[in-house]
Design a protein around this ligand. Sequence first.
Ligand code: MG
Length: 161
Amino acid sequence: MDMRIGQGYDIHRLEPGRPLMLGGLDIPSDAGCAGHSDGDALLHAVTDALLGAVAAGDIGELFPDTDRGNYDRPSRDFLQAAARRVRDAGYVVANIDATVTTERPRLSAHKIDMAREIARICRIEPGRVSVKAKTNEGLDAVGTGDALVATAAALVTRNRA
Ligand code: MG
């Protein structure tokens, strides 16, 4: 079977008073991710995982922060474009597995909704997406609440349809 794997990583600074967009959802929080788009680190990591799986570059190359058109752009646009790249390359997404690491807010109540939203954006079955959440045990910038990290892995297989 023709399979390919991709991985993605993203880190954003957490700033008090900003809305927290994660997995395409507005998550209740007293701090949100800074960034030139809506700062959705989870969608950015998943986007890079999909692009990596089909060797189609990375999110910064496709949507440069030097392009003012990308300012305040919803990150779902980036993920939609990456999923399209996968389909155009002749592959389908077998599964996506992602982890968000942040001290606050606690994300356990939102994991399923975020996974479902990622599946919807990628136009795949909800059961093919997993979102996990953890803290950094008080260590490093994530541990002090100054940053949020997201990682993702994606497996794609050749579309036989
Ligand atoms: Mg980012």
